[in-house]
Write a protein that binds this ligand. Sequence first.
Ligand code: KAL
Length: 257
Amino acid sequence: MTLSLEGRTYVVMGVANKRSIAWGIARSLHAAGARLVFTYAGERFEKEVRTLVDTLEDERSLLLPCDVANDEDIAQCFAQIKERVGVIHGVAHCIAYANKDDLSGEYMKVSRDGFLLAHNISAYSLTAVAREAKELMTEGGSIVTLTYLGGERVVQNYNIMGVAKASLDASVKYLANDLGKYGIRVNAISAGPIRTLSAKGVGDFNTILKQIEERAPLRRTTTQEEVGDAALFLFSDLSRGITGEIIHVDSGYHILG
Ligand code: KAL
């Protein structure tokens, strides 16, 4: 068995720019010969994503807008994918959002709206997407989402995102249980800190990265390529016995106390 994904189609949701983990996943899938469908959050990302997708020089690629806060939008997006490509074999869900104000200081200050927003975009969207994607994964499939250690234990400032990731992690397990009978697997990759757009504006991000370099078993920070290749494994048949799992791609940092 090899890691060729020739003849398969994957939907990659959440590319914002070339630093996005979603883009790392896309590049690994592309290198394995997969056809890719990209969805982006809104007009402000369209140009950048289109420029990136063009660099793949793959005429089979498709680019569609998808607002995961809107059920109708998700349904329409997957209806379009069905019409344009037919069967899909997996989805990379790389989407999260929380109000900046809810990502520092005391967690307990989070408002009801801020709590619901983070859960809506970062956790519920996986379930909403899985439900629509299932209809297109008639040959079985693999769904991969991105989580973070802050959902398992307290990580300073991660706050509402930690609570939302805990919900996402539980969703992975319940979805894996629902979808297993259709030959669809659902897993998460817990990536170590990477300098992406979502990490932008985090004041002490350099300090966080330095701590990983000093303490993580592998003594280096995580790269988009490492997450991309782990995702490639989860999308391939090499991982056919794995579902409901959270794989840490973080230089081993999560084993430390
Ligand atoms: C402990 C860490 C330090 C950072 C704290 C919180 C990070 C939260 C991630 C969350 C997804 C970021 C946002 O939602 C930022 C948002 O309020 C403003 N940004 C945007 O609107 C940009 C333009 C768009 C593209 O961003 C999004 N998300 O749509 C966690 C670090 C060590 C690890 C990280 C960064 C984890 C993670 O979940 O990303």
